[in-house]
Write a protein that binds this ligand. Structure first.
Ligand SMILES: Nc1nc2c(c(=O)[nH]1)N[C@H]1C(S)=C(S)[C@@H](COP(=O)(O)OP(=O)(O)OC[C@H]3O[C@@H](n4cnc5c(=O)[nH]c(N)nc54)[C@H](O)[C@@H]3O)O[C@H]1N2
Ligand SMILES: Nc1nc2c(c(=O)[nH]1)N[C@H]1C(S)=C(S)[C@@H](COP(=O)(O)OP(=O)(O)OC[C@H]3O[C@@H](n4cnc5c(=O)[nH]c(N)nc54)[C@H](O)[C@@H]3O)O[C@H]1N2
Ligand code: SF4
Ligand SMILES: [Mo]
Length: 733
């Protein structure tokens, strides 16, 4: 059975999966003569078992959107004109050749947005292109607005950014969710279909889910809510440690067997008694003590943090402390605790040691031109991308590719970036919409959507709560003239062969593979990874094991590899040669020292946080009528007491100002948010010239006009943008 469950008169029902967000829910695509006509959840998917959210179902409207870009577009004075692929690619490679000849590879940059991470072929080809052009190219990703601080914490503790523990969701008895809203986000840095049900299972089994959040989020509303002042999580976590040490709740021998620096840690935590931190966090000392005791006493407990703990001023410190509290409470690498997934490679430890050493070396050696940020996972902070374009000098960016991203709305200081894009010699977007970003580019190269390409979710394999493999073939034919990103990159590489030995090698390898009857392209790599990792056929050594083809042919609904993640694998996850966790770092000492100094500017007495919405996906699903029904608009959220003090009525438009910018937004007044906080959804403020009409009509404001692109406001260790807890003032007009 090749992934197609029914067939009559040109209508097929094809088994596949959604790739909008991380649970990767199973889907059945109804396809008529190659055209996607409907999507429904896959009842036979072993993990999502018949669940899909509104965005997943609405995706047919994205695929068939009348506003979708389906032919290559070239910018004219005040609009766009269709051009042929040949013409577009010839002009782009000619202009790029000139830029490379005159200014070198340091004049080229690539911004890789969030949806790109869901396509193995896009990841591999974009990396191949930008790294193949030369060492001096610029590479930015959405990660510096999302996960960099989390990756940095792992690099410090385990020696490698790619060992990130996740909660053992199906076995835990106490889950502390800190700065995440899985009921709306469906989980992040954590692939767990039906995550809401999994959390309810914890409670049904007699356990608890505690949500630490400035807002009584949709998740907090279903479980136990503990309100917190934004950007004070590090204080809370240090006081949890203080209590655990002071009350003798720590099994020192057990921890010392795996980690260096425990005494240093105890000294660092000592001043942060719950009475001291209460003044910062707003959380009662008694609540902190009780939580510390519960975390230490419950055999299966885990703290899980995500965007809310990553995107504050102390994102790396907070992420680091989450793991450290899990460790000290005896919950790291334990069933039901915070555990490490892995690809299940043979010699996993050796691979980790080598990879970590390579990444740490790059981190030490490479620095960004603007702000001197170190290269975490080989990338630069997107917060300073505009300045990299606008600041003259060696390695000034003159040509920029943007694939699967809308940085004008997603990175701090959107208008600065908008102007920067206009100043480039060449800007090329790989996208299927004319957005705030792409409509500032010289070319828009139309790409396929996820249902028009094959896939294997490589990026998310090690972050699955239940080890699982699924792959899919393309289920619909490409709409219009759209092409896959890797095919476009392949053409660019061919056109620029003269500039890169890597591109010449890629071309030669492709030729050799074709001679052997193997279709050249990134699928060979994905297939190799499936064969080599957990459940794979190890190139014949494990007969009956998985390959890309076998997954799509024999296991179209996917295959569960094991009921649970393995524990007792800590040493494998660590990249430091001695295989021990390193707690002590001068940078962490410095961050802890800064905690007590961070004064809040008096003229901006409130703090702004983000708010994800069930019917949005960052900036890019606001053109779907299904998702926009009911005349949806962007609203901020403020507390009753603040509204009363400021004489603001429910629904009123207010002006929100930060030290960095200003927006206008209507507000909803609620008791479900900590006083002193305003929550504003990101991804609004559409003005894609000539593009998505419904999104443009819905308007709204770009909340990232309130965030800062000043290098001093970017987290120094990880290059992470500062997106939550930003000081603001509210004025009624
Ligand atoms: N529906 C929907 N789903 C999505 C997305 C979407 O746009 N819409 N985006 C996807 C993406 S790209 C990502 S990265 C994930 C993110 O997934 P999550 O991190 O689960 O989602 P967020 O809604 O950003 O959750 C952050 C929570 O942290 C809280 N918070 C803010 N500041 C602080 C703080 O200082 N401390 C604490 N403790 N909490 C704080 C916020 O109130 C919010 O409830 O979601 C993914 N899923
Ligand atoms: N203030 C604030 N800012 C934030 C956040 C926040 O919580 N608050 N969240 C941050 C986070 S976590 C993230 S991940 C970023 C997201 O930031 P970005 O990734 O920069 O932006 P998106 O809104 O996800 O835009 C995705 C673009 O990709 C296109 N696209 C969709 N699918 C594909 C595809 O398969 N191929 C190609 N080539 N294009 C495709 C869409 O049309 C859209 O133009 O935003 C960050 N910005
Ligand atoms: S939860 Fe995410 S993966 Fe599942 S259907 Fe919705 S958008 Fe798709
Ligand atoms: Mo994200």
């Amino acid at each position: 059975m090749a992934g197609s469950v029914e067939q009559n008169t040109g209508v097929e029902h094809k088994i596949t999966f959604c790739r909008i967000c991380e649970p990767l829910c199973g889907m059945i695509a109804t396809v008529e003569d190659g055209t996607l006509v409907a999507l429904r959840p896959d009842k036979d998917h072993p993990l999502s078992s018949g669940f899909a959210c509104q965005k997943g179902i609405a995706f047919t409207e994205v695929v068939n959107d009348p506003d979708r870009v389906t032919v290559p577009l070239r910018r004219t004075g005040d609009g766009f004109e269709p051009v042929s692929w040949d013409e577009a690619l010839a002009d782009i490679t000619t202009r790029l050749s000139t830029i490379l000849r005159d200014h070198g590879s340091g004049s080229v940059g690539w911004y890789f947005g969030n949806p790109g991470a869901f396509s193995y072929a896009h990841v591999l080809s974009a990396l191949g292109f930008i790294k193949g052009l030369g060492r001096r190219t610029h590479f930015f990703t959405a990660s510096s607005q999302d996960t960099n601080s989390r990756l940095m914490a792992s690099q410090l503790l385990y020696g490698t950014p790619i060992s990130v523990p996740i909660p053992d969701l199906t076995r835990t008895e106490l889950l502390v969710v800190m700065g995440a809203n899985p009921v709306v986000s469906h989980g992040s840095f954590l692939t767990a279909p039906r995550i809401k049900d999994r959390m309810h299972d914890i409670v049904k089994g007699g356990g608890r889910v505690v949500v630490i959040d400035p807002r009584r989020s949709e998740t907090a509303a279903q479980f136990e809510w503990c309100g917190i002042v934004p950007d004070t999580d590090s204080h809370l976590l240090l006081s949890l440690l203080q209590v655990m040490f002071a009350e003798g709740l720590v099994d020192v021998g057990q921890i010392a067997a795996h980690a260096d620096g425990l005494d240093w840690l105890r000294t660092q935590a000592a001043p942060f008694t719950p009475e001291v931190t209460q003044a910062f966090t707003g959380i009662d000392a008694d609540v902190v003590r009780a939580l510390a005791r519960d975390l230490a006493a419950t055999p299966r407990a885990a703290i899980y943090g995500r965007l809310g703990t990553c995107a504050g001023r102390y994102g790396t410190l907070t992420s680091y402390l989450i793991d450290v509290v899990n460790l000290v409470a005896g919950n790291l690498d334990k069933p039901g605790g915070s555990v490490f997934g892995s690809l299940g490679l043979p010699g996993q430890r050796l691979v980790n040691v080598m990879m970590g050493a390579f990444l740490r070396r790059a981190y030490r050696r490479k620095r960004s031109r603007i702000g001197g940020f170190r290269a975490l996972i080989g990338s630069e902070p997107a917060a300073v991308m505009a300045k990299e374009i606008l600041t003259p000098g060696q390695r000034q960016i003159r040509a920029l590719f943007v694939s699967a991203g809308n940085p004008v709305l997603s990175v701090p200081n959107g208008s600065e970036l908008e102007n920067a894009l206009e100043s480039l010699d060449l800007a090329v977007a790989l996208d299927f919409y004319l957005t705030e970003t792409t409509s500032r580019c010289d070319y828009i190269l139309p790409v396929t959507t996820m249902y028009e390409r094959d896939d294997f979710p490589l990026t998310f394999q090690a972050f699955q709560a239940t080890p699982f493999r699924q792959a899919t073939e393309a289920v619909a034919k490409p709409v219009g003239q759209s092409r896959q990103e890797w095919e476009i990159v392949g053409e660019l590489m061919r056109g620029l062969r003269g500039h890169s030995p890597v591109f010449r090698a890629v071309a030669a390898t492709g030729k050799a593979l074709n001679l052997l009857g193997i279709e050249a392209g990134p699928r060979v790599v994905a297939d190799g990874i499936i064969r080599f990792t957990g459940g794979g056929n190890r190139f014949g050594l494990r007969p009956g094991g998985l390959t890309f083809g076998r997954l799509t042919d024999r296991h179209p609904h996917g295959k569960v590899l094991a009921p649970h993640l393995k524990t007792g694998v800590l040493k494998q996850a660590i990249s430091y040669p001695r295989g021990r966790i390193q707690l002590m770092h001068n940078d962490i000492t410095a961050e802890i020292a800064m905690l007590s100094q961070g004064a809040h500017p008096g003229e901006f007495p409130l703090r702004m946080i983000g708010m994800r919405e069930a019917r949005s996906e960052n900036s890019w699903m606001h053109n779907s009528p299904l998702l926009m029904r009911g005349d949806r608009r962007q609203y901020g959220l403020i507390n009753f007491d603040d509204a009363a003090a400021l004489h603001i009525d429910d629904g009123q438009e207010v002006q929100v100002s930060s030290p960095y910018g200003q927006i206008s937004v209507p507000v909803t007044v609620t008791k479900d948010i900590v006083p002193g906080v305003i929550a504003v959804p990101h991804g609004w403020g559409h003005k894609g010239t000539g593009g998505w009409r419904l999104a443009n009509e819905a308007g709204g404001a770009n909340v990232n006009q309130l965030t800062s692109s000043d290098p001093d406001d970017v987290e120094s260790m990880s290059g992470m943008a500062w997106l939550t807890g930003v000081p603001v003032r509210i004025d009624a007009p």
